[in-house]
Design a protein. Structure first.
Length: 366
């Protein structure tokens, strides 16, 4: 093969790869979780405009109304989360963050490390995250290979290399005729209008009464081996990078096993001298100790997540904590910030009001 033919072959391969990447952008699963649009919103932010980034599971984006904290305190704290985000990919997400942002503090979801890991759960959780990441990002490529290796550890029968983790179109292309996969539903150019906060009518204004539980601080349970390994891996990573990390557990109604794992994680954090807050702590009656305003009747839509009303209460308390413990700037006069953040909280409140009025009208018509 001549040098010219070699160059042509390389160019051809690159063109094919680019076309496949574009297909992955055009054909996407319908975004019902806001994960792809949340990441696209993050990528669109002006550089070095975030005070903090909060990574983790749905225990983050259901709780933190970032635009409320911005409107009331001027802070910019973005939630870069995905449902059940795999902790063994946290470092890749953080690398992605620091490509364009230099937050004063990185907030990490404790709940994520309570998760168990199976081949199936690892695959689903990883794909949610990988599909949302910038397809041209080296961090996505590294995360994809880490996923292949991680799944191979759990299932020696699995393939050592699976191109679909890099090119999602290979996994999903045969679903194009289904309702959740089409060009019409393509989200490649869409942003999350709520700055990372999760909003859905059926959940945001839906209250579901939860049984108050007393958080047993004396019970400890073993962590899932992969979760524990990734926790210590993250400690080493954060120390090497010199990151200022705050670990947070958002309030929810945990099982005994989840409580035990949370206690184990908090004990590890305490022994290491890490900054952490466990908002799941309760008083003798089961009321949330650090957020007594949070109500078991009206403020949750299931045992694991608050609804909008609970998110408002949580955000008010946590924003005050951040305001007291960190020296964040007031960005409300910063044009580079205002471009993306101004008006978002008003949009959320208007949307909730519309949903409430529609729900009231529907109830009255019955």
């Amino acid at each position: 093969m001549t040098k010219k033919e070699l160059l042509r072959s390389i160019a051809f391969v690159l063109v094919v790869c680019m076309m496949l990447l574009l297909l992955c952008e055009v054909f996407e699963l319908d975004d019902t979780t806001y994960i792809p649009t949340r990441f696209k919103t993050f990528y669109d932010l002006n550089e070095n405009t975030l005070d903090a980034v909060w990574i983790g599971t749905s225990g983050v984006d259901r709780y933190w109304v970032s635009s409320k904290a911005y409107e009331e305190h001027g802070m910019t704290v973005f939630t870069l989360s995905s449902d059940a985000m795999p902790t063994w990919l946290f470092t890749y997400v953080v690398d992605e963050i620091y490509k364009t942002q230099n937050p004063e503090v990185l907030i990490v979801d404790i709940r994520a490390f309570c998760q168990t890991n199976t081949v199936e759960s690892k695959d689903v959780r990883a794909r949610r995250l990988l599909d949302a990441m910038d397809p041209f990002s080296i961090n996505k490529i590294r995360a994809a290979f880490r996923t292949m290796s991680s799944i191979k550890d759990l299932d020696p029968e699995s393939e050592s290399f699976d191109l679909s983790y890099l090119l999602s179109y290979i996994k999903y292309h045969n679903m194009w005729e289904e309702d959740d996969f089409s060009i019409i539903n393509n989200t490649s150019d869409q942003k999350c209008p709520y700055m990372g906060f999760f909003m859905r009518k059926s959940l945001s204004i839906k209250p579901k009464t939860q049984k108050a539980k007393v958080f047993d601080t004396e019970y400890f349970a073993e962590l899932d081996p992969y979760s524990e390994e990734s926790l210590y891996e993250f400690f080493d990573y954060a120390e090497e990078k010199g990151l200022n990390v705050l670990y947070v557990n958002t309030p929810n109604h945990m099982t005994k096993e989840e409580i035990g794992r949370t206690n184990t994680i908090c004990k590890i954090l305490e022994e290491r001298g890490e900054q952490f807050i466990n908002y799941c702590l309760t008083d003798e009656s089961g009321g949330f100790l650090l957020i007594p305003e949070l109500d078991h009747v009206d403020d949750f839509y299931n045992r694991n997540h608050v609804n909008y009303y609970g998110a408002e209460k949580f955000t008010a308390v946590f924003a005050e904590y951040l305001n007291e413990h960190f020296d964040f700037e007031d960005h409300r006069t910063d044009e580079a910030v205002k471009e993306h953040w101004d008006g978002v909280y008003d949009l959320i409140k208007e949307t909730i009001k519309g949903w409430e009025e529609a729900a009231a009208a529907k109830a009255a018509a019955k």
